[in-house]
Structure formats: C-alpha cells, structure tokens
Design a protein around this ligand. Sequence first.
Ligand code: ADP
Ligand code: MG
Length: 729
Amino acid sequence: MSKSYRRFDTLAAVKDSSFATNGKAAAIPADVSKIFGENALHLNELKARLPKPIWKELKKTITDNAPLNEDVADSVAVVMKDWAVERGATHYTHWFQPLTGQTAEKHDSFITPNQGGGAVAEFSGKELIQGEPDASSFPSGGLRPTFEARGYTAWDPTSPAFIVENDNGTVLCIPTAFASWTGEALDNKTPLLRSVEAVSQQGVKALKMFGFDNVKRVVSTTGFEQEYFLIDQEFFYRRPDLVVSNRTLVGAKPPKGQDLEDHYFGSIPDRILAYMMEAEKELYRLGVPVKTRHNEVAPSQFEIAPIFETCNIAADHQQLTMITLKRIARKYGLVCLLHEKPFAGVNGSGKHTNWSLATSNGMNLLEPGDDPHSNMVFLYFCTAAIKAVHKNQDLLRIAIASAGNDHRLGANEAPPAIISIFLGEQLEDIYKQIQNGGAKSSKKGGLLGLGSPVLPHLPMHAGDRNRTSPFAFTGNKFEFRAVGSAQSVSFPVTVLNTIMAEALAEMNSQMESALKKGQDIETALAAVLKSTMKDCDKIIFSGDGYSDDWQKEAKKRGLLNLRTTMDALHLLNSKKNVDLFETYKVLTKRELDARLEILYDIYFKTINIEGETTENLAQTMIIPAAVRYINELAAVVERGKSIGLKVDGTQTVIKKVNDGLNKLVKSLEKLIAANLDLGGDEIEQKAHHMHKNVIPAMNEVRNAADELERLVADDFWPLPTYRDMLFVK
Ligand code: ADP
Ligand code: MG
C-alpha cells in the first residue's frame, strides 16, 4: 500500500487512550502537612535522630556555613541509612549536577557481606562524604583528560538528602558537588555554593554599617516559575525530531495557534489536572513547596511554581521538579517537553527566576516597605543590584545562552537579548529624586475601587508590571525573566550572587571611606547612591522591550545587544569576568575556560544533531510522502486523459507539489553539505559553523517542508501535525 495511514492510527490511539488517574494513591491529602517532606531528610528529622553534640556541630555547617566537621559524618551516615532503609531503600547515590545541565547518579547498594555468609546494610561516613563515580564521560572542558579521569563527589550537607521511589525499590539520593581530582569544579553546585559565600560576606559587611550587628549571614533566595508543554506520547513517538531533539524541526503552523489566547489561564482539562496533582503530590513528598499551577499562553503549555527557598536548595528542587514533571507525565500517557521552543509559531517556554537576598533570620533585603525613599537598607541593596546588572550585561546574557533559548529571546514572546532593568513607577521616581539631590517621598499606591458596592477595595501597587523586561523588580525581588525553561537555574543565580558581591564590595568601600571621614550614614549613603546611579541609570528601561525603538534606543545608550548564543559566549572569559570570578573565589580562570569550552561543545552538538535529524526527516519521510502523492496525481492525469477528461486542476496541483519537492531537494543538498563539514578542528570553530551554516540551511529545509505539508494529501503525511499535537488532548 502506498498510502500512509500512520497519522490516523496515532490519532485513533490518542482518542481511545484512557488514562488511569492512579486513584487515591495519587491524590493529594487535604492536610498536606501529612505528606510534605516525607521523602526528604529534613532538619527536624535529623535533629530528632542525631546525638545532641553531633547535631549541634552539623547545624553550624548547615545554617552558618561553618566548615564541615568531618567527625560528624559517621553518625550522620548511620542516621541517613536507617531513615532510608525504613523507607525501603536498598541503594544510595551521590546525586550531582554535571555541566550538561542535567543531574547524574550512580547507585551503590548498602550491602556488605558478613562472615556468616550473609549480608547487612551498611553506610559509612567516608561513603557519605566522598564518592568517586569515575564518570569520566561528563564534559570537563579539558580539566580532566580521560587518562587521569578521577573525579570526586562531595556531600553537600546544606541540601537535604531524599529518596526516590520506584514500584520496584527505593534509592537514597545525597546531593553532592562534583569536582576533578585537582579540586576544580565540574558541576553547577560548586560555584553556586561559592557565590553564596561571596555575597554573604559583602552583605553582612553592608548590614553592619547600617547597624545590623547581629546578622551572621546573608542568604540568596530563589523562586522559579517553570513553563512546560504536554503532548500525548503517541504523537511524541511518531516524531523523530521530538524524540531526538526535544523540539519539532519541521511542522507547519496550524490555522489556529494561540491567536485567541483562549488557553491562557483557561480551565485545566481533566487528564492534565490529574497529572498535575500527582506530580505536585510527589514534589510535596520531596519537600518542594509547590504553590501555583495554570495554563500558559500557548496551547498545551502550562506552568508550575513553588514558593522560594535559599538558592542552593531551590536549585536542587528545580532539578527535582523537572525530573518529576517528566517522570509522572509518562503515567498519564503524556510527554512533558521542557525545551525552550518545541513548536515554532507559538510561544516558547521560560523559567522566570525570582531572586532576592535576605538575612539568615528572614529579613528580605529587597523589601521596599511603605516608604522606600527612606528605607536605607532597601535602597542600598537595590542600587547594588542595578550597578551589578549594568556592569555585567554580558554575563547575564551568557548565563541564559543556549541553542534552545536563542529561539525565544527577542522573538516577541520573551524579553529581548538586551539586558535592562524594569523598576516600576514608584522606584523610578525615587531614583530621580536621588539623582536630583535626595529622596524625600514615595509615591503611594492607594486603593482601587471597582465601581460596584459589593466588591472590595483593592490595595493598588505603586507600580505596574512590565512583561517585556528581562530583569524586572516585582515588589520585593527581582525577576530574571530571560532564563530558559530547560536550563538549570544554578549558573544564572551564581552570576547574580557574584556580581552582587562585587557591587556591594565597591559600594561598601565607598561608604567606609566616607564614614571614616566623619560623614553621617544618611549623607554618605545619599552620595554613594547618587554617584552610582550616575553611571548606571541607562540600564533602567520601562518601555516596551519588544519594540524596534528599544533596539535603537538601547544602541544609543551603549547597552549590549548580544543577539545569539554565539554572539555572547566568547565574552565569558574576558579579563573583566576572570577578575570578577577569581576575586570572589567563585571560579578560577581554568574553570571558566573549561565552562566556555563545554558551552561551545553543547551548542555544537545540539545543532549538529538537529541538522542531521532535519536531513533525515526530509530525506526519509517528507520526500517520500511528496513523491507518493505526485505518483497518485500523475496516475490521475494519465488515466484522466485516456478517457478524455480535462485534468488541468490535477496538473496544477502536481506542479505545485513538484515545485515544492524541487525546492526541498535543493535546500536539502545545502544542508547535507553543511552537515558533512564540521567547520574546523577547534570546538569554537565548529560551533560557529553550526550557527553560520547549519542553522540557515536547516531553516530553508524547514520552510520547504512546511510548504509541502500544506500541499500534500493529509493521509500521506507521515508526521503528527501541530494541529494534532497541540489541540488533541
Ligand atoms: P509574581 O506574581 O510577581 O510572579 P509571586 O508571588 O507569584 O509573584 O512569586 C513568583 C515567584 O517568586 C514564586 O516562586 C515566589 O516564591 C518567588 N518569590 C517571592 N518572593 C521571593 C524572594 N524574596 N526571593 C526569591 N523569590 C521570591
Ligand atoms: Mg512572575
């Protein structure tokens, strides 16, 4: 049979699929506290189980970042093992975050043979503290040639261990850092923890000046908003591009996209809601404080957001959230797509990363209060953030750079690649006052009446929101909106903490010298704020970030506009950035160089795989579909003529399809050539080749393929279409 009914089989399978809700077992109990954190070894649990002196030692490390007293490890190991074994664990793993952006684990059993020929479960302090997973195939950017492949994982006592359950067993997961045998970071956690220390030191110093003598630590807080797509797995398996690249490499836009915006905040379909509830339940059990869920702008797009936590735990929980979203989806016959742009022509997915600093006893340093103009601490930290962002536009851009995110940034759905700050009306007004000699008042929000006596009056915020800004002040925190949905939040937050440490350090020393000269704190502060803003105020922008005018205006202001990943990456190890990361002991030059090499490598491999997959799809699925259709049409022409019919209509169609096919084959030749050529031996050259040659060739093939999709008979088309994937639930 020449026809392909594969698509219809798939549709039928989706239509007939019934999903199990997994019944009561999957339901969130009305009293969430009954399950919250039951699969994580939390502080209270540790405290209850450990001998008092040991607990006291450990707590110093967890809450005050005191150096780990390794003598506690044996006791903690026993407690951890007992806790996990009670929950059915037979194995443990050092859970780490290599520079692939994913997580990694290698399981070891607790089993230790004993003399009588039996075995017991054992776990020592040594095994807790250090692992040697070998794991020589993770990217190391040259820090770790395979012939000296030792790599170590080291227990991170500040992030709770947890268990992962499977129907057939349970594994204890211990959050760890991952480093080469020379102690160089090969992961995302190590620099994040180092940056936490850097910003804490400078923050504490600043707070001392303002009279907060008893603040021991400043912590960095993070709350993320994860966007994702869900599609039926029947479609997924029929799309080699989704299976291999996590995004569709061909696919014509459906007649109905997101134009009606009828999906956004719409009621959540049953199957999806059942899925969300089970995923949330699993996250609660792991101690991830999930708070909101809703439909997003694009059809089949959704969002989940937890309550913020300290950044290290938030980063681990972010990884667990991504893993859980994917894992639970399969139980409902769905696939969760975390890619930044799985479908062209509808919105992509981001991961707004909310960030602030707080004292260890919970005072938010970016809380403006009722009278921000006279809130010295707030103004100081907010100004430091502005200074940090202004100076390090390049680093923030690099922190969100990836092949996937390139599809989003600046595409009228996500902030532009230009880094700027939105402050809102109230703060902008205060900064104007500061620049004109001193802030005397704060604009008030007031109350909003809704025109009906039965409706309450709402307190109105003193500033509106701006959805087009990459870095927006949202009430009591900054929201880094340009982060990509598939990314780890670790590096973006590492950058934020580090640049904040530097800005605070510079302002601290200006303040100190003014105070030494005998100035009072208000006068010194006013001068420092004013002089800082003089340099930095061009980073503030409250207009429409999507507009062309902003591109021009930003250029005039001298702001960076690093449009793509390949425009941005080379700046990572500039002198400015090496100095910054070395001064604050977050990354060494060697570690930065390695990271850069890995970023190039990931970019290269991503596009290389996409290029070859596009070639393969065109060659083995799309061309055959067009050829078969032409064959059928040609038969009609021939037979039609033989019985004396006018066949102009069919001939017109054949010509169109044939033109489309010719166009596809021609562009495919270019892509094949670009795929064969790797662009050189150096990884940077290879990445540039992908950017300059493979991506344009891929786009041409896609255009031709999408034109054919609109022409070829539906029952010949071998791939699930956008209409199928996005609208059939
Ligand atoms: P918005 O409506 O501005 O997006 P939400 O209150 O819904 O604000 O918060 C969005 C995210 O920001 C949540 O994950 C929330 O926990 C997080 N968030 C709130 N306050 C802070 C803070 N001080 N530091 C870091 N994240 C925060
Ligand atoms: Mg938000």
